[in-house]
Design a protein. Sequence first.
Length: 214
Amino acid sequence: MGSLLAMRRPAAPASTVPDAPDAREIALVDRARGGDLDAWSRLYQEHFDRVFKHVAYLAGDVHAAEDLVQETFARAFVGLAQFAGRASFVGWLRGIAVNVVRRHWRSRYRGDQAMDRFETMHRDVVGGSDVDPEGAHLRQRRAEVLLAALATLPESLREAYVLCDLQELPVADAAAELGVTPGNLRVRASRARARIHDELVRLGWLKEGDHDVR
């Protein structure tokens, strides 16, 4: 397993891979199950970027995301026999990532620790240049505040908000990843939005009548 954990982020962005399972991908998984590390490396290269983005949003910490993604892929490799091919491989990976990040949040982000990280949290997720440096700074600061508020939510509400509002997954897909019904997911996402809204109002980043918390 050491060699798997030592795998590094691909140097170039992976090509866009559809969510639907296909024969080529299933064949790669079958080969990887049989111990073909070249096939596993191909799967890793193709899906790293999407899993990384998923993990970085869920964790709220882009620096920790690298290690969490490595753990996700390592667990996936060990559990390849459990992938039945009924859904996409990347969807299965995201499900594993949810569990990995859950353990991360439980061990590191409890109580007031989330607000203690207010100044540094998630800076690298909001990137790129802007012709208006002041405007870019304000957007980055607002993103930091939003993610600090997100960190104060219970796990179930935080996950629902990240999948539905930040990643904008279809409700059915997000519900399947979390193992809940679509109706339950909608309730969780709505509660998360309300609590984040109240926190942003309290901190002065939204007015009482504003509703955009993304």
